[in-house]
Design a protein around this ligand. Structure first.
Ligand code: G3P
Length: 226
């Protein structure tokens, strides 16, 4: 965390969706440093995979994670080769598995960016870093769902990575609410990937709404606009 301050780093906001309109809206507000997708999000968006990623890549300059679906290392590498032709800044998202880590090691040696996904333990994050992953994605919301504290995991990974100066970036995923985002920033995570609904929640505060309402009411006394 100290390093990120010295180097002037700050927590990046990625958006966790394949909904192009939602990405555009958030991007126009300066809230999109990158995009993460997965097979479930592509299914939810209901459009062609390649066309969707190409469209996102046409206006988002930051990293766009695209997930491989093969279960073999070679299959993942073949998919990675195709995905890289879909945009300038494609990150190959690979599941935590022995086959996956072999693919990550190979890709990182070639300078291709990777994101190790569906991780739930600090040991898995350590393995991902050893393989040379660019990002590791611990799923905090899904840990909370089964009665664990997802943010405790982020703290552990931060400590381990800082202890040994691993360059792998902690990308907090499965973010479900603004508190997850705040905790990620307090711990010093490198990135939080946030679904559009949670991004909208960040704007909300009852005192903000009340304050705006009052200003608009008072403005009627002198405004000619309405
Ligand atoms: O990018 C994958 C991750 O964010 C999944 O979130 O809400 O399906 O657990 P969720």
């Amino acid at each position: 965390m100290v390093d990120s301050f010295i180097l002037g780093g700050f927590m990046k906001f990625f958006i966790d969706t394949a909904d192009v309109d939602a990405i555009k809206t958030a991007y126009d507000m300066g809230l999109v440093d990158g995009v993460t997708t997965n097979p479930s999000l592509i299914k939810q968006a209901g459009k062609d995979h390649e066309a969707t990623i190409r469209e996102i890549a046409s206006f988002v300059p930051g990293p766009i994670s695209v997930e491989t679906i093969s279960t073999t290392t070679q299959g993942m590498l073949d998919e990675a080769e195709i995905y890289q032709t879909w945009g300038q800044n494609i990150v190959i998202k690979i599941v935590m598995s022995p086959e996956g880590m072999q693919a990550v090691k190979y890709l990182s040696a070639k300078g291709i960016k990777t994101n190790v996904t569906v991780t739930f333990s600090a040991a898995q994050a350590l393995i991902a870093a050893k393989a040379g992953a660019t990002y590791v994605s611990p799923f905090v919301g899904r840990l909370d769902d089964i009665g664990h504290n997802g943010m405790d995991l982020i703290e552990q990974i931060r400590t381990i990575y800082d202890n040994y100066s691993f360059q792998t970036k902690i990308l907090v995923a499965s973010v479900r609410n603004p508190i997850h985002l705040l905790d990620a920033a307090l711990i010093g995570a490198d990135v939080a990937t946030v679904p559009p609904k949670t991004l909208q929640q960040l704007f909300k505060h009852p005192l903000t709404e009340k304050g705006i309402e009052q200003f608009l009411e008072d403005a009627k006394s002198f405004s000619t606009n309405g």
